[in-house]
Design a protein around this ligand. Structure first.
Ligand code: PEP
Ligand code: MN
Length: 363
């Protein structure tokens, strides 16, 4: 069963509930800040726990992924905040930036364009997963410093990919959110590692992963203690060679039914061509996504990675204008821009907090 704690529960409340769980003879198999997966115990354990004031629900779940299942939160969608940009129901977030961080000039130019277009979060890869070992692999740590500088200059928080367990803490110490890319969706040690880090995670669906496999990947992160996960549909591999990947927008509606986690769509990697990005982004908004992530370059012809699918700053402006309408048609309003509400936190100076308690106890 899943025990749902009140949103304002303190660690002391949690500890008290866990003590009561054990008193029933049950064990905590996994936990995230507001959910406990509980196994065993006497037959009336659920009813007993439901009486505790800090417990808002006790659900019997059949889902393989109890922490991410929609039922575990009584079908209430979660909101994940990336440094104040709320990703979840009602609003709509636009994450934009280059595929790869290439230089200070490139990144600052694009970050300013994203800011002017009314985007909410900057994206950019410092560590790039490339199919060929001879392609540009990213600037690495120097790229992270540039992302932090772009944040200072524009006020936009940023998300960047973590490729390797060994770098996860370093990346999370600086980034406002970390991305686990499509190729790493089933890298379980990496999923557990980002689960230990107290940063939001954008988890991209693997190109050959089913929806349930994607949700099980998210479950690894929550079971390790981090419930701030955003699922990103970015296209799957099918028999169709007409574009780079098949953008599975039906998955957005299925994910909605199966999980409380927010869902965004990356149309750029699916489209593989700039001209296809705007229609797919608008379709994602119409399908009920909580946001989109798009690639942008001020000079796509010289981009060192994925220039063929990058929007120009002008195209980005046009797209955000149309997204306002498409999101509105789906009953949402575009999020306020950072200038309205956000103050970029000075993360660089703070080491990333790592949860001290192991997420899983032996059964
Ligand atoms: C990216 O977003 O930079 C990326 C590499 O995308 P994906 O993991 O979806 O291929
Ligand atoms: Mn790319």
């Amino acid at each position: 069963m899943v025990v749902v704690l009140a949103g304002d529960s303190t660690p002391a409340h949690r500890a008290e509930v866990i003590r009561r769980v054990r008193a029933t003879g049950a064990t905590v198999a996994a936990r995230s800040p507001e959910l406990l997966v509980v196994g065993g115990g006497r037959p009336d354990a659920g009813a007993y726990l439901a009486e505790l004031p800090q417990v808002v629900n006790v659900a019997t779940l059949t889902a393989e992924y109890p922490l991410v299942a929609a039922e575990s939160r009584c079908q209430e969608p979660s909101v994940v905040s990336i440094a104040g940009c709320r990703i979840g129901p009602h609003g709509f977030a636009v994450i934009a930036g280059p595929c790869a961080v290439e230089s200070r000039d490139q990144l600052v130019t694009i970050a300013r364009a994203a800011r002017e277009a009314g985007c909410h979060v900057l994206r950019g890869g410092a560590f790039k997963p490339r199919t060929s070992p001879y392609s540009f692999q990213g600037l690495g740590l120097a790229g992270l410093d540039l992302l932090a500088e772009a944040r200072e200059l524009t006020g936009l928080p940023f998300v960047t990919e973590v490729l390797d367990v060994r770098m996860a803490e370093r990346v999370a110490a600086v980034a406002d959110a970390v991305q686990v890319g499509a190729r790493n969706m089933q890298n379980y040690p990496l999923l557990r590692e980002v689960g230990r880090l107290e940063r939001p995670v954008v988890l991209k669906r693997g190109p050959a992963a089913t929806i349930d496999e994607t949700l099980l990947a998210a479950e690894h992160i929550l079971a390790a203690g981090n419930d701030r996960v955003v699922i990103c549909e970015r296209g799957i591999r099918t028999f169709e060679p007409g574009y780079r990947f098949t953008l599975d927008l039906a998955a957005v509606t299925v994910l909605r039914e199966r999980t409380h986690l927010p869902v965004i769509v990356d149309p750029s990697h699916a489209a593989g061509a700039t001209r296809r990005v705007p229609p797919l982004a608008l379709a994602a908004a119409a399908a009920g996504a909580d946001g989109v992530m798009v690639e942008v370059h001020h000079d796509p012809a010289t981009a060192r990675c994925d220039g063929q699918q990058a929007l120009s700053p002008c195209q980005l402006q046009e797209l955000t204008r149309s997204l306002r309408l498409a999101a509105g048609a789906a009953g949402r309003t575009l999020n306020p821009t950072p200038a309205d509400t956000l103050v970029a936190p000075a993360l660089a100076a703070n080491p990333v907090p790592v949860s001290a308690t192991p997420a899983v106890e032996p059964l």
